[in-house]
Design a protein around this ligand. Structure first.
Ligand code: SDX
Length: 432
């Protein structure tokens, strides 16, 4: 981290003053360094949910929540979505710069030739119940990679870190597709080396032995764009989970499995499934006021899925791109009158016009439109979050590599505000 101190903050407690160094970032807010606060003042900072806490320094992704800006290594997400493609964005996130032609060719070839799973792992899928959620399967299978790929689990070996990186990026689509095929009782489809990343994934999901499968270029472009838009997002809950798990030195497969588990929650990556199910439940535009009222009712746990964000207090830039893609994909597929999309657009209009959402700066996020596109492409809602996990794997790994290769890295070990019983003596059962 750039340790150069730019200014300092003074904290006064009971008349005692403590100088805390401050650092200025290349973009975003200054930070107050409280690492020595406990040693000096014997107090903790208190920030459950980390709303005001910078847990690390990073050079990978920058978000300006007020402006609705998202940069990957400085490049705006809308430009990457329009001009780049997922594996090139993977290279950018991993290595910090856009690749030259030869670098990109070598990277894509490396990924392509590592898409197959160890054949013995194929049996793992058959151990799950048919109706297991694909996220449950992915969490289990990715964690189990620790038991197969022993030559890429030593986090202190840069070569092994690189091998694990390629294996995870290459095999995640295969694992997600296998989980899908297993859940619908269809034969597994193996990856092909003559297809690009997104096309390979679509074919593994939708091809059947009974007939040839031609990848629709519109769908593979939409798929690649969805992968690109979900690739990384600063220190979100699942990325922070991967960083915390990795800080103990756990192997990369176990740490990515932890990230998958965290992403699954409906407040996070599970929101795309929950949002589509909500739009279906609303059904028609005339029922929107009822759901808007429920979302505002504090006694009702219902929230508008796909709306709101811890950081964005403006439009999520990814939602903007996905909204345009939804129109394009549905029109090209001849389902531009998709009732779910109509409800989504009416719901967005109604929410943005409502004082409650406007005052709390609740805007559509990445999950609001992604499900509509994925459903139009033929995926069941249970596959929405697995697709998010496939894409976010490169973000988790990039952040993991950044942290694990920092010699100053320490194990993450937060403290607490203890509000329980103070010391008391054991009471024998006869006296209770
Ligand atoms: C992702 O962090 C990331 O970067 C995540 C992500 C990524 O790429 O990794 O961007 C992906 O997870 C996107 C978010 C997907 N989740 C949803 O769409 C679920 C619905 N959204 C909410 O659960 C909520 O907005 C969160 C979880 C996303 C953010 O919650 P915060 O920041 O903790 O905000 P909050 O819960 O404190 O809400 C602030 C206020 C509250 O009201 P008050 O207590 O101030 O009266 O806004 C209200 C909330 O009740 N509110 C909502 C709402 N979201 C917030 N009210 C109704 N509907 C909503 N969706």
């Amino acid at each position: 981290m750039s340790d150069q101190k730019t200014k300092s903050a003074t904290l006064t407690i009971d008349g005692e003053s403590y100088d805390l160094p401050m650092y200025s970032p290349s973009a975003g807010p200054d930070v107050v360094d409280v690492r020595k606060l406990y040693a000096q003042a014997k107090v903790f900072t208190y920030d459950p949910g980390f709303t005001s806490t910078a847990a690390c320094d990073s050079t990978i992704t920058f978000i300006d929540g007020g402006k609705g800006e998202l940069l990957h290594r400085g490049y705006p997400i809308d430009q990457l979505a329009e001009k780049s493609h997922y594996l090139e964005v993977c290279y950018l996130l991993l290595y910090g710069e856009l690749p030259g032609a030869k670098q990109l060719e070598d990277f894509e070839s490396l990924v392509t030739y590592h898409t197959m799973l160890h054949e013995q792992m194929m049996m793992f899928f058959r151990g799950f119940r048919r109706d297991a959620h694909p996220m449950a399967i992915m969490t289990g299978v990715v964690g189990a990679m620790s038991a197969f790929y022993h030559d890429s689990t030593d986090v202190d070996d840069p070569h092994e870190r690189e091998v694990a990186t390629i294996r995870l990026i290459a095999k995640m689509p295969t694992i997600a597709a296998l989980a899908y095929k297993f859940s619908i009782g269809q034969p597994f489809v193996y990856p092909r080396n003559d297809l690009d990343y997104a096309s390979n994934f679509l074919r593994m999901c939708f091809a059947v032995p009974a007939e040839d499968y031609e990848v629709n270029p519109i769908l593979s472009r939409a798929m690649d764009r969805i992968f690109t838009l979900h690739a990384d997002h600063e220190q979100n809950a699942s990325t922070s989970t991967v960083r915390l798990a990795s800080s103990s030195g756990a192997n990369p497969f176990a740490c990515i499995a932890a990230g998958i588990a965290c992403l699954w929650g409906p407040a996070h990556g599970g929101a795309n499934q929950a949002c589509l199910e909500m739009l279906r439940e609303i059904g028609t535009a005339d029922r929107i006021p009822e759901y808007i009222a429920r979302a505002k009712d504090k006694s009702d746990p219902f929230r508008l899925m796909g709306f709101g964000h811890r950081v964005y207090k403006n439009f999520d830039p990814r939602a903007k791109v996905l909204k345009e893609s939804a129109d394009e994909v549905l029109e090209l597929l001849g389902i531009e009158n998709n009732p779910t999309l109509q409800v989504a657009k009416e719901l967005e209009k109604a929410a943005l016009a409502d004082e409650y959402f406007a005052s709390k700066k609740l805007f559509p996020n990445v999950d609001f439109y992604s499900g509509i596109i994925l459903e139009a492409m033929g995926f069941p809602t249970s596959m929405f979050t697995p697709i998010f996990a496939v894409s976010r794997t490169v973000g988790w790994i990039s952040q993991w590599k950044e942290m694990i290769s920092d010699p100053a890295m320490k194990i993450g070990r937060p403290r607490q505000l203890y509000t329980g019983e103070t010391m008391r003596d054991y009471v024998d059962i006869e006296k209770r």
